[in-house]
Design a protein around this ligand. Structure first.
Ligand code: GFB
Length: 430
């Protein structure tokens, strides 16, 4: 289901925003009971142009921080709607609206909730009766001359907004209307820029200092991971199960075209991620899967991105080496490039997921990308694209499923590349 936030909700605030300690709320001037009776909320947003899979990564930074915070009170993390994704380029007539898409469209919300309390933005708006957010903190990097710094120290301070810090708002009497979360008019009582350096757990100091009921952290990507790759990171990552209807579409495709099922492939997982067991027993379906990133990678990473013919050569070599005759291709390439690639793979079975029109309308571009990722995750062998977060998420998924490392951490090399270093093996920790 796609969620749209009625704009009128944002105007219903002024009469409702007087808070007293009797309400169990905390006021913005630090008057607050030790434990608020009502739930409190941390919202966040990420630099708008970032792609889907980097935004997924920022969720982990926020969710692991909230996991710690939620031990101290009834804190909820508000999931920012998906909006304006540059790579979702299908026409609205094919997919329906792709703005303000809720998380349940892509992820299994109950699974996320079993790691940390999360709530969709639309539900947050209802729960606070459309009141303005108490504080908006816009994170910005600490402005320091790199050469003069011998050691980076973690810290934060409220400072004037830097010129390059992007935040767009207007002030109306005592209320700010801010362009954030994909809306032009999210209301807030206070807005501050915060120069920040450190892991996301450091955000707890800000949140505790301002003891408000709702706090929005904008540019949350400025906060770093808390111990990237540790057991907590992986717990959070494992809880990010995809929406069951996307898993079902992928399973049907695998079975129909790729002769791949979880029982044969040894990729069966318990319903609850907390019951998963370590081990590298997955075999995968009898196909090679590749993620071939094109478009902006052609000019952004020209040395590391192969030509179509270069990619074909690498695919053929691997198919022969693995004694396989089937390749699944996930790519953002325009149709004509995929057709060209397929034309050079005579003698092999080449598959690419193309949704039916009704499927596309239902799952949208984001869902198509996830189906591609799930199918790649279940292959006997995977080759990804250099430094693509799309490929990284597939590698993580394969770690969770229990594949051998050498079947996962592989990448395409550029045609002329002599020093083609394979991806870092960020392996799972339990
Ligand atoms: O996810 P993402 O951040 O990965 O952005 P990168 C790429 C987006 O392109 C995906 C689409 O979220 C999809 O919408 N896409 C890419 C694909 N590959 C595929 C595919 O195989 N199948 C389908 N269906 N869709 C980042 C960009 O891309 O790379 C940044 O987000 C920037 O804007 C950076 O360009 C260099 O990490 O690959």
């Amino acid at each position: 289901m796609v969620t749209f936030i009625p704009l009128v909700l944002f105007y219903l605030h002024a009469a409702l925003c007087t808070k007293t300690l009797d309400d169990g709320f905390c006021s913005s001037n630090n008057e607050c009971p030790k434990r608020s009776i009502l739930p409190r909320y941390v919202l966040y947003d990420v630099n708008e142009p970032e792609g889907f899979n980097l935004k997924r990564d920022v969720y982990i930074r926020m969710a692991t921080f909230m996991k710690k915070l939620s031990k101290e009170g009834d804190w909820h993390l508000v999931l920012p709607p998906w909006y304006n994704l540059f790579h979702w380029r299908s026409l609205e007539s094919e997919t329906g609206p792709q703005n303000h898409v809720s998380w349940e469209h892509f992820f299994h919300i109950a699974s996320l909730q079993s790691f940390v309390p999360v709530v969709e933005y639309i539900d947050f708006v209802h729960e606070v009766n459309s009141e303005p957010i108490d504080f908006v903190f816009v994170l910005q990097h600490i402005s320091t001359n790199f050469e003069q710094v011998s050691e980076w120290k973690d810290g934060w301070s409220i400072e004037p907004c830097h010129k390059e810090t992007s935040i767009n708002y207007k002030k109306y009497e005592n209320i700010f209307k801010i362009k954030v979360l994909g809306y032009n008019n999210v209301t807030a009582k206070e807005i501050e820029c915060v120069s920040f350096h450190g892991e996301s757990n450091l955000l707890a100091e800000i949140v505790k200092n301002y003891k408000s009921r709702s706090i929005l952290i904008h540019h949350a990507e400025v906060a770093l991971h808390n111990n990237f790759g540790d057991a907590l990171y992986w717990q959070c990552r494992r809880s990010m199960r995809f929406a069951p209807y996307l898993v079902k579409i992928s399973a049907e495709f695998r079975e129909k075209y790729l002769n791949s099922t979880d029982s044969i492939d040894k990729t069966e997982m318990p319903d609850d991620w907390r019951l998963e067991k370590p081990g590298r027993k997955a075999v995968g379906g009898p196909y090679l899967a590749v993620h071939l990133r094109r478009r902006d990678f052609l000019w952004g990473r020209p040395r590391d991105t192969p030509s179509i013919k270069g990619a074909v050569k690498q695919i053929k070599n691997k198919l022969v080496e693995l004694d396989l005759d089937t390749v699944f291709v996930a790519t953002d390439a325009p149709e004509e490039e995929y057709v060209e690639l397929k034309s050079y793979l005579v003698g092999f079975k080449v598959f690419h997921y193309i949704p039916t029109p009704s499927e596309k309308r239902k799952i949208k571009d984001g869902g198509v990308a996830i189906v591609d990722q799930i199918i790649c995750s279940h292959a006997r062998f995977f080759i990804g694209s250099f430094e693509s977060t799309f490929s990284f998420r597939i590698q993580e998924e394969r770690e969770i499923l229990g594949f051998k490392k050498k079947t996962t951490f592989n990448r395409f090399c550029g045609d002329q590349q002599k020093d083609c270093v394979q991806p870092t093996q960020w392996t799972i920790v339990y």
